[in-house]
Design a binder for this molecule. Sequence first.
Ligand code: ATP
Ligand code: MG
Length: 273
Amino acid sequence: MSELAIRIENSTLMLGERLIWADLSLALKAGDFLAVIGPNGAGKTSLLKVLLGMRLASGIVEVLGRTPRRGDVRIGYVPQRGELDQDVPLRARDLVALGVDGTRWGFGRGGADTRRRVEEALTAVGARALADVAVGRLSGGEQQRLRIAQALVGDPRLLLCDEPLLSLDLHHQREVVDLLQGWSERTGGTVVFVTHDINPVLAFTDRVLAVAGGRWAQGTPDEVLTTAAMTELYGSQVDVLRVHGRVLVVAEAMEPLGDHHGHAHEPVVRPRP
Ligand SMILES: Nc1ncnc2c1ncn2[C@@H]1O[C@H](COP(=O)(O)OP(=O)(O)OP(=O)(O)O)[C@@H](O)[C@H]1O
Ligand SMILES: [Mg+2]
């Protein structure tokens, strides 16, 4: 049995005709924090899907000691997505309860134990006061925290988070990051964290995986977040600057500051067309 939380060896992922990555190997120990970065469409979400059981073209993936399969309750997943519909007929506590026992359709699994775990998860994300509010009424950031509570309520050992900071202001970004780090420290849980801004998680990132244009680079932050490594990854000049403890990645063909929600953000790196 492998003691690794995640073991990927010589993996190649094709989606349709498209090569997403080739010959990727990656190992994470229990408790590690992996940040996954790269431009839109590079394959970040696809990596999470592979860890959840999507088939590779070739190579080996093991998650918590075995081949990924659907419905593994040891894995918590915070999907990448926008806001919930206005009229979703769920209160915050109902949404979180869907994560109990790893089933997203956990209606009727009430009981004192579920209620206690939901209560704890709501408290952990600072959303206890929202417990009885209809989720469609909550802000994007509040909903995001509930999705994290939903992923944590099943008591996973591995948490896959797809852009969990999206639509959060700086204060709530910090809260979510502290929450995930605290969870990992307390439980020894492993985190895979997709983000287009490495800075909020840089201080406790153990490994970085950068994907772009069918290529990848991985290692410690100091190994990957360098001008040399990023220039090689993108195949064009990319400068990595450290400014006041923050990492700025600057490419020649760079998008204006800000993400697709208009929030101030790090420059998004683009390969030269
Ligand atoms: N089933 C599929 N068949 C063919 N192509 C696919 C399939 N699923 C995803 N893709 C493509 O694979 C690429 C990688 O998608 P993925 O969602 O992993 O990107 P991403 O890095 O998460 O991007 P974003 O930052 O926009 O979320 C995209 O170009 C996407 O359109
Ligand atoms: Mg994605």
